[in-house]
Design a protein around this ligand. Structure first.
Ligand SMILES: [Zn+2]
Length: 259
């Protein structure tokens, strides 16, 4: 049986989800009640964002009535956010199923926190786009085992041991020009800024550089958001290359589905 940690993949620190829930039960119960109270006013925004992303998926050919990603539901969980903006259950162990969690469902925390996702201007639709990326792999894992995935993202989707940012640093260190520019910077903050700027040429966000699956989900989010104008990311060569790979993967899935 998969651990609870590996069963959850969300935006934010969901790995300690259950233990913290137990420890903070009282606080959470109060916050849950308040969250429910306020939820009605937020449901319009949730429904609008969900429908918007479903329309985008329909447009690119990954969803139609009763077809493929149409089976993915979205629910607002009872529990408020513990730092995450959304999450999906990839494998639901019995104890989580008993709490009402189901696999292949996008969950939003009960208080629908106004958390910014990891890109400038990120919003609720971006959270849903990101989680749909994980749901796509959940629905069709074989497709993600294809050579296209590792070619685009360097590591398997299921590789949770490798930190892409660490591999990126090692690769960059071998570049003489890169090292020269780095060493020319005198202050630590200057060097940090330089590294962050360079990293964002190859990853959609810092979060994308933490695991291969997050690299994909963040790229899928950006692809959906800017699907009609991917060319605007040419100045970020690594990101652009991944966006085109995701676009090709979407087209290939669409052809297979006949949509
Ligand atoms: Zn994620």
């Amino acid at each position: 049986m998969a651990s609870i940690g590996s069963a959850l993949a969300g935006i934010g620190g969901v790995l300690t989800f259950v233990p913290r829930v137990i420890l903070q039960a009282t606080v959470l119960a109060t916050r849950s009640a308040v969250a429910r109270w306020r939820l009605d006013s937020k449901m319009d925004r949730v429904n609008r964002s969900f429908q918007k992303v479903r329309n985008e998926l329909c447009e690119v050919g990954l969803l139609d009535d009763g077809v493929y990603l149409d089976c993915i539901d979205l629910e607002v969980a009872l529990l408020p956010s513990l730092g995450e903006a959304g999450y999906v259950m990839l494998e639901a162990p019995k104890r989580l199923r008993m709490l009402g969690f189901r696999e292949g469902v996008i969950y939003l925390p009960g208080d629908i926190p106004d958390l910014r996702t990891h890109i400038p201007g990120g919003n609720l639709a971006d959270t849903i786009r990101h989680e749909y990326g994980h749901c796509w792999q959940w629905l069709d894992p074989e497709f993600f085992e294809g050579a296209w995935y590792e070619k685009a993202f360097s590591f398997a989707y299921t590789d949770t041991d490798t930190v892409p940012a660490e591999a990126w640093v090692l690769r960059k260190r071998r570049g003489r020009d890169f090292l020269k520019r780095y060493k020319r910077l005198r202050t630590e903050s200057g060097r940090d800024k330089f590294l962050e700027k360079e990293l964002l040429k190859d990853f959609v966000s810092q979060y994308a550089s933490t695991q291969s699956r997050e690299d994909f989900a963040e790229t899928f989010m950006l692809y959906l958001r800017h699907r009609r104008n991917l060319g605007k990311f040419r100045a970020r060569p690594g990101v652009y290359r991944k966006l085109l790979a995701v676009e090709r993967a979407v087209k290939s899935a669409r052809r297979r589905l006949g949509l």
